[in-house]
Design a protein around this ligand. Structure first.
Ligand SMILES: Cc1ncc(COP(=O)(O)O)c(C=O)c1O
Length: 495
């Protein structure tokens, strides 16, 4: 049994330490990142001893937590500019705490009616925001799992027998090379292999270019939405794959058959660049051909809450499935992602399970039938508490302000000699290069002294530095300091 007094004391210590940690992180007077070797850290944190002997008390817990927080990466810090991982807001942190104590798992309704109802309502709200009010959805542990789940639903649509008979060998997924790697990973997990990814043509920044799409799948004579196209056997999807060939020649090759598309994947926005595909044009192209339109809006869907930015998602309502990560721009801790589908039964069609201990009778309220996962945590509560505390407007303002700060960085860097910025940012992600030196080395030097934490990416095969503005604490002063620091720490170009 819990000793309630011990719990209350330890919880008080936790709140005190976390408040101090977030407070000093936001001020930015401490290193944003520390990477001491694990052997050293294990000794300092007395891990082996505590694992084997236990015996932690309130006093030793305080020391442990203090050191643990000090040795981590600070996502509330103004110099945290690396990955698309949320700088979490405190209502979501409270949700994690509540889940840690209550552990109501979200597989079956009876294991947590309140938390499941919160998930239903949050998903309903997300469906409305993306323009799929009659659809369905579920929360998953992350965007990668959400992409897999959406593609499984698309597979069930294209090949209803796949669950029993295995994945037919002629199925393909249409995606640009800039799609998140979880898409091609899903292809192999589904047994299709990497060769089933048909790379679609893009512009020079990796955005889908519908004007260059191949004519393997010409506009269908039946026309109209996916519902109609797939209603009869022998619809355009089936006919396209009639000979069972693989996409042997890929894009730009033969204009004959290129396999049976499970789905076309567009990004809003692309992970590397933060740029958006033209969802309306691509969605329309899919509609005309009866191809399942999947929008990976893991990062960008939250911009629907910002009136100044929601135009970036124009056309998302044409999607057959959408992925939206709350643990990116809705400020929840990792992980809390949504997979949303246009048609109510599409997710349930993806999974057909038989497990006597849990499946029987009417399970309309159970989420287990529409996810890869069995047990899952109270994911909706994190999103709900952030919304309940800040409101749609508060979260929309957060997104707008981060996008504006990233744009400001682009303006400031563009004015400085030596900085090359290949495009104007659309979101809170900016790619750039400074000089001709090894860009990864610039990043490594700043991480080593803990002054700034950036990421990097390849753009047209060339390594670029990458800034992702996540922390509300980052302002112009830090952006100028970052530019100064890059100039100061980079050896001059040999001329
Ligand atoms: C566009 C996109 N999709 C999917 C993912 C994967 O999400 P997760 O890290 O939650 O698995 C990411 C992660 O950065 C992403 O940017």
């Amino acid at each position: 049994m819990w000793n309630i007094e011990d719990f209350t004391t330890a919880a008080g210590i936790t709140v005190g330490e976390l408040a101090a940690y977030v407070g000093e992180s936001q001020l930015g007077d401490v290193p944003v990142i520390r990477r001491r070797p694990p052997g050293e850290l294990a000794r300092e944190l007395r891990l082996a001893e505590l694992i084997r002997k236990g015996g932690m008390t309130a006093g030793t817990y305080r020391d442990f937590l203090h050191a643990f927080l000090n040795e981590g990466t600070r996502l509330h810090h103004p110099a945290f500019l690396a990955h698309q991982t949320a700088s979490p807001d405190f209502p979501a942190a409270l949700a994690d705490f509540i889940h840690g104590a209550t552990n109501n798992s979200m597989a079956i309704y009876e294991m947590g009616a309140a938390a499941a109802t919160v998930e239903f309502e949050v998903v309903r709200w997300m469906l409305e925001k993306v323009g799929l009010p009659r659809g369905a959805g579920v929360l998953t542990h992350g965007g990668s799992l959400a992409n897999l789940t959406a593609l499984l639903a698309a597979r069930a649509h294209a090949a209803p027998g796949a669950w029993t008979d295995g994945t037919p060998g002629d199925l393909v997924i249409l995606a640009p090379p800039s799609a998140h790697y979880s898409v091609s990973r899903a292809a192999s997990i589904m047994g299709l292999g990497q060769k089933a990814i048909v790379e679609l043509p893009t512009d020079e920044l990796g955005r889908l270019d519908v004007t260059k799409f191949p004519d393997f799948w010409g506009p269908t004579s039946v026309g109209g939405p996916l519902e109609r196209a797939s209603a009869s056997v022998g619809g355009p999807l089936e006919r396209a794959g009639a000979s069972g060939d693989r996409p042997a020649e890929g894009v730009g090759g033969s204009s004959r058959l290129a396999g049976r598309p499970i789905a076309l994947v567009a990004s809003a926005c692309a992970t590397g660049t933060g740029l958006h595909d033209d969802l309306r044009a691509v969605g329309q192209w899919c509609r005309e051909r009866g191809i399942w339109f999947h929008v990976d809006a893991a990062h960008g869907a939250s911009a629907l809450l910002s009136p100044a930015h929601r135009h970036l998602l124009d056309g998302i309502d044409l999607a057959d499935s959408v992925v939206w990560d709350a643990h990116k721009m809705l400020r929840t801790s990792s992980l809390s992602a949504a997979v949303l589908v246009r048609r109510e039964g599409a997710l349930d069609a993806a999974f057909r399970q038989d497990a006597g201990y849990i499946f029987y009778g009417d399970q309309a309220l159970d989420l287990i039938g529409r996810t890869v996962e069995c047990t899952k945590s109270e994911l909706g509560l994190k999103i709900f508490l952030n919304l309940a505390w800040r409101g749609e407007k508060g979260l929309g303002d957060y997104v707008a302000a981060r996008y504006a700060t990233a744009h400001r960085f682009w303006e400031l860097a563009s004015r400085r000699p030596g900085f090359a910025l290949p495009y104007e940012p659309e979101s809170n992600i900016v790619c750039f290069r400074y000089g001709t030196a090894d860009q990864a080395a610039i990043r490594e030097r700043m991480m080593a002294d803990g002054s700034f934490y950036l990421s990097s990416t390849l753009l047209n095969g060339v390594r670029h530095l990458r800034v992702t503005v996540m922390s509300p604490a980052t302002d112009d002063k830090h952006l100028e300091l970052l530019l100064d620091e890059i100039v100061r720490s980079t050896p001059p170009d040999p001329s």
